[in-house]
Design a protein around this ligand. Structure first.
Ligand SMILES: *Cc1c(COP(=O)(O)O)cnc(C)c1O
Length: 332
């Protein structure tokens, strides 16, 4: 069966309830402004550090909220999902936290390091098929047979309510922001940001960012209908092949802007976070800063929060960052 007790779209009240649920599991994450970074970009930037979550990404807020809000008899069925990345780790972590089993179906090409991380969190990993669409089909088959709760990474209201707590923390710490920039994959984070800012800070613009090399959410938002696009980005967290109905519906009226950035601009932002914010960001975690670097005039002199959504950079990704000409130029 498909997970999610919330019958309707998530609301601000669900976000407030999620914060209460999460209080016993996760501390408020830090948010800092770094003078050297501000000088470089010409804006007052607040970096929200979701890279320090126990799974290295903000998604754990959603997984814990979903598991904590399920009735005991549903929760006892255990969970199943499909993901190559941080959503899988979130479900594995949250399932373990409430003592229920978790299965993750990944494409056969999934990185060994990710499989290892999931198994260390106690998940059962099944490798199946060439891509995410095949993994989803396989997860649906297993769920139909076993009765495990199938958790969509995008179309699950509790995940949106949970990840939205990031934005409660941001706006409570900095109530007079001009904008918050949110990296978008399935769109749960941006949808949550929209719910919070609409209620608490209507003049704070919520701006989405995705990679030019995987623009499914961006194109879905522009088109007003969910579309499919190829995935060529190396920023895993932004790599979705299709728009998701629920977050797209929430984003339609709540997103003030949506930008695409290149993977090169993302890498430059990763270097800048390393040098000026002593932070290891994965590609998706640096995309919000990349959006400022790409459009400096939009943000000049403004107060802007950027969500460093995750820090799960692979060893190969980290090595590639240090080989770049831009780094050599920056050091000269
Ligand atoms: C999943 C993810 C995103 C995108 O979030 P969505 O809610 O899927 O839009 C951004 N950054 C990181 C690190 C992620 O894991």
């Amino acid at each position: 069966m498909v997970a999610g007790g919330l019958a309707a779209d998530p609301t601000f009240a669900d976000v407030a309830a999620a914060r209460d649920l999460l209080a016993g599991h996760l501390p408020v994450t830090p948010m800092w402004s770094y003078p050297a970074l501000n000088a470089t970009v010409g804006a007052t930037v607040f970096v929200k550090h979701e890279n320090v979550q126990p799974t290295g990404a903000f998604k754990v807020r959603g997984g814990l909220t979903l598991l904590a809000s399920l009735p005991a008899e549903l929760r006892a069925r255990g969970t199943i999902t499909y993901s190559t990345g941080n959503h899988a780790q979130s479900m594995a972590y949250a399932s373990a936290a409430v003592g229920v089993p978790c299965t993750v179906v990944m494409p056969a090409t999934a990185a060994a390091s990710k499989v290892r991380a999931l198994r260390a969190l106690g998940a059962t990993v099944e490798l199946s098929g060439p891509d995410m669409a095949a993994a989803q089909t396989r997860a649906e088959e297993i769920a139909a047979r076993t009765g495990q709760l199938l958790v969509s990474p995008g179309d699950t209201a509790e995940l949106i309510a949970g990840v939205a707590t990031t934005y409660l923390e941001i706006i409570e710490a900095q109530p007079d922001l001009d904008a918050v920039i949110v990296p978008v994959g399935s769109g749960t984070g941006a949808a949550g940001a929209g719910l919070v800012m609409e209620r608490l800070a209507p003049r704070c613009r919520v701006i989405g960012v995705q990679s030019t090399a995987a623009p499914a959410a961006y194109d879905s938002w522009r088109a007003g209908a969910c579309v499919r696009r190829p995935i060529r980005t190396r920023a895993d967290g932004l790599a979705t092949g299709r728009g998701y109905e629920l977050p797209q519906r929430l984003l339609r009226a709540r997103l003030a802007g949506f930008h695409l950035v290149t993977d090169e601009a993302i890498a430059e932002a990763q270097r800048l976070l390393a040098s000026d914010a002593h932070t290891l960001a994965e590609g998706a975690g640096a995309a919000a800063l990349a959006a400022i670097l790409a459009r400096p005039a939009d943000f000049a002199g403004k107060r802007v929060a950027v969500v460093c959504s995750g820090g799960n950079a692979s060893a190969a990704e980290i090595a590639a960052l240090s080989n770049s000409n831009a780094l050599v130029a920056a050091a000269a």
